[in-house]
Structures are given as C-alpha cells and as structure tokens.
Design a binder for this molecule. Structure first.
Ligand code: GH3
Ligand code: MG
Length: 458
C-alpha cells in the first residue's frame, strides 16, 4: 500500500525533513507551502492523507482543514494537524475544524508513522466504499456511501482493559460523553468479553500489574471473533520499544500517558469509523453476491439462479430415481392491474404474490421469478399429485384474499393460472419438463384462467 501523503508547511526545512522520513518508509510524498496549494492538490485527488501545519501565514491550518472537510470531493481525506507542544488549545480548535488526529512538534517518528498508517487504513476502506458507491449508482441500487458519509464515529462500543482505578475513571469520564464505555481490569475476563461483546474498539493498557498487555493485543488480533476490532494501546513515553512491537503485531494505534482528552477522542473516533466502514464493506460484498442470484423486487431467486440450479436438481433426481416436479405460475390479466392502478400498484401485487407463493412452499423448494409476473417453483422429492396439491393451495391463497395496493388504501382481487409437470423417465433435460409445465399453463389460460392444469404423467 503506497499511500500519498501531502505535507503542508510554510517552512521549507520542515517539509524536507518530513518528506525524507516518510519516503524512507515508502510513502509517496507530495508537498505544499501554503493552504491554497494544499487545497488544489486535494481537489485533484492527489492526496490520501494530509499532514497540516497549524501556523502558516495567510490561510492557517484550521481554515485549510475546515475547507477540506466542507468540500464534497475532499471531505473524506484524513487530516492530521501538526500542533506545537505549548499550544494544547490548538487540539480542540483542530477537532472543531474537523481534523482526524494530531501530531505534536517536534515530531516523534513512532507517532508519525502510527498515525499515518492508521489513517491510511481508514482512507483505503472509505475509498473502496466510494468505488462501490459509484458502481452501485450505475446499477441503480442502494448507495453504501450515503450511509458511510453520515458515519460519525460516535456512539461506539468501547472496552477499556486497565487495572488502575484513577486512569479508568478519567478515560471513562472523557469517553462516555460520546461512546458506550465498559471497563475490565482482569485480562482473561477481558478477552472473553472482547470475543462476546460487539465492540468497535478496545483500549489496552501496556502496564497491567500481572499480565503483558502486548499479549492481549496479539490475542485480540488473532482470534476469529475479535480480529476486526480496533486495538489502541495505552503506554508510557519511555515504553517506545513495546509500543513499536505492538504496532508490528497489529495494534492500530497508541496513546501516551498522561492521555490528552482530545487526542483520546480523536483516535477512538478514527478507530470506530474504520471498524464500521470495514463492516459496511463486508455487508456490501454480501449484498452484491446476493444481488447476483436474487430478484430485487420480490426477494425471490432470479432467472439466472434458476437456470443454473434447475439442471443440477434435475440431474440429481434422475441419478437417484427420485421424483421432481415443477410449477409455472402466471398472474392473470396482470397488464390490467398496471393499466388500471399504475405500475407501482403492479409492483405491490408482485411482492405480495411472491410472499404468498413462498408461504405455500418448503425451504428446499426453489422459487424464482423468471421475469414479469411469471414465477417457477421446482419441488424436489415431490410427486405429480403432491405438486398439484401445492399448486391448488397457491391458487386458492391468491384468490381468497384481495391484494392491498396504494399502501393499504385499496384492495383488488388477483388470480393466478398454474401449469404443473413432473420429471418423466424419458426426459433428457429439465427443459423438456418445463416445456410441458408451460403448455399446461397455456391451457389453463385458454380454459378461462384462475386454475391449475396438470401435464400428463408419462
Ligand atoms: P394473462 O392473464 O394472459 O397472463 O395476461 P397478462 O396481462 O397477465 O399478461 P401480459 O403478458 O399481457 O402482461 C404482463 C404485464 O406485466 C405486462 C408488463 O408491463 C407487466 N410487467 C412485467 N414486469 C413487471 C414489473 O416488474 N412490474 C410491474 N408493475 N409490471 C410488470
Ligand atoms: Mg399474466
């Protein structure tokens, strides 16, 4: 992952120093000597993260940050404010301007790389979500970015693993204004809780009395159920070596004692956002996989899935000499529903129709919308007679109760015609069986609709 870091500072030597450090860690570095230049670079999409000096003539760092965070094309770019040690108030101003985190001058390498890496991780998940969002919009489906953009990183579930009461009190009073905080002093119990609770972030003390905090970090990162939780270490400034080790084994970031309240809030918020974005990404993979096989309107399987499954179901039943039946269903005079009540009412009818068909079938039956108002049901281990009974049950259920349309303000009568067929010994493929079910359906339409017609058994 070669991220592009934009370094913004009016003092050339500062820029050069940071450029050298970051390049040595294989980051690509872009530089700007003032706010205007920085904004232009970000607007052209040439930066993955911004290190922004506060004190600059003309437009100061806060203003640059505010403009970045208010720009539609730049709001998602993480910003780290570089503040002076003797100006702690700048951190609060930075947070107000929308900064994601802080670094204090003189810059410490461990902190610099940890912060950059942590925010690059955040950026790479938001980028992926943005890419999916553009793809989704092209396909006309729900936009995961809209949900992601509103992700504030607040109201996270946070577990603090710390055994010093004075520290836990302070952490918890700072965090609980924005998050749900739980404290656990016992390290073994903490791992159990982390695995069972659905936490967004876990803060781990590296100074526990009877246990190595690094071991907890490592366990959290390797256990299946805690692998995606964000891990933040809490350590002493002198404990640099162990903090580095923690970052190597997968902790996401760290805080140095005594913990600055604003740093704490900023860092936890970044971790909560990253965790949630990552989850959302997983959900969107899940839903795009579902989309490939599901019909969006009715939630039934789609034709593509039916085409690929039906052949297998047919072959299996032939191989094991088991029965297999199918129904082809078509809503009667559906065009009239659309013409009279509108296309949306037609959609409502289709959804309700799908629900009723589903309610009359078993879990192992395959129900798919083949297009328009035609639904196919494949019933494994089912005789022609039993399939007829299912078809009749569906027909009755559709006819018996009117369908509500226009959001429950009206209801209309709907009927369905159904053709039924079963596998014959001589059938070479599922298509032959389907052809008979189709023919039966046409006869049902011809004979006056609202009826079930069965293709002859062999
Ligand atoms: P029959 O009893 O002979 O089946 O008559 P019908 O009107 O149901 O059949 P026809 O094939 O003439 O019309 C089907 C209509 O279904 C036409 C088409 O516009 C409509 N349709 C197809 N897909 C959808 C959909 O997703 N939503 C809605 N609302 N209508 C659809
Ligand atoms: Mg029809």
């Amino acid at each position: 992952m070669s991220a592009r870091v934009l370094v913004v500072d009016d003092i050339v030597t500062n820029v050069k120093l940071l450029e050298a450090k970051l390049s040595a860690e294989y980051f690509d570095v872009v530089t700007a000597l003032n706010g205007i230049e920085a904004l232009a670079i970000c607007e052209r999409g040439e930066a993955d993260i911004v290190l922004l000096d506060v004190m600059m003539p003309g437009m100061d760092g806060f203003e640059v940050c505010r403009r970045l965070k208010n720009g539609a094309t730049t709001a998602h770019i993480p910003v780290v404010m570089v503040t002076a040690l003797d100006q702690p108030g700048d951190r609060l101003k930075g947070l107000d301007a929308g900064a994601d985190d802080f670094l204090t001058k003189p810059l410490d390498d461990t902190a610099l790389f940890a912060r950059v890496r942590s925010l690059v991780r955040l950026k790479s998940v938001t980028d992926e979500l943005r890419n999916r969002a553009f793809a989704s919009r092209r396909l006309g489906i729900a936009d995961p970015l809209a949900a992601a953009a509103s992700e504030t990183g607040l109201n996270g579930r946070i577990l603090v693993i710390e055994d010093r009461p004075t520290v836990t009190e302070r952490l918890s009073s700072a965090l609980s204004a924005f998050h749900i905080v739980e404290i656990e002093a016992d390290p073994h119990q903490a791992l159990v809780r982390a695995a069972e609770g659905d936490y967004d972030s876990v803060l781990v003390s590296l100074d526990l009395k009877a246990y190595d905090g690094l071991r907890i970090c490592s366990q959290l990162r390797s256990l299946e159920r805690t692998r995606n939780v964000s891990v933040l270490m809490l350590g002493e400034a002198e404990d640099r070596a162990r903090i580095l080790r923690g970052l190597e084994i997968g902790a996401h970031d760290f805080l140095i004692r005594p913990v600055d309240r604003n740093e704490l809030l900023a860092r936890v918020r970044t971790q909560v956002r990253r965790k949630r974005f990552t989850e959302r990404l997983r959900d969107s993979v899940q839903s795009s996989m579902e989309m490939a096989v599901m019909d969006q309107l009715t939630g039934l399987h789609n034709r593509r899935f039916m085409d690929s499954r039906m052949g297998t179901m047919f072959d299996e039943s032939a191989l094991r000499a088991r029965s297999l039946a199918m129904l082809v269903l078509d809503v009667d005079r559906f065009k009239v529903v659309n013409d009279t009540w509108g296309h949306d009412a037609g959609d409502e009818v289709l959804r309700e129709f799908a629900d009723r068909v589903r309610a009359c079938t078993r879990g192992i039956d395959l129900v798919a919308r083949m297009g328009g108002e035609e639904v196919v049901v494949v019933l494994p281990d089912t005789s022609l007679d039993a399939a007829c009974a299912v078809a009749e049950r569906i027909r009755e259920r559709v006819e018996a109760e009117p369908f509500s349309i226009h959001r429950n303000t009206r209801s209309i009568t709907v009927t369905v015609s159904i053709g039924v067929a079963s596998r014959r010994a001589g059938d070479a493929s599922a298509a032959e069986m389907m052809k008979r079910a189709d023919d039966a359906l046409y006869r049902a339409k011809d004979a006056g609709r609202n009826r079930v017609i069965v293709a002859n058994a062999a």
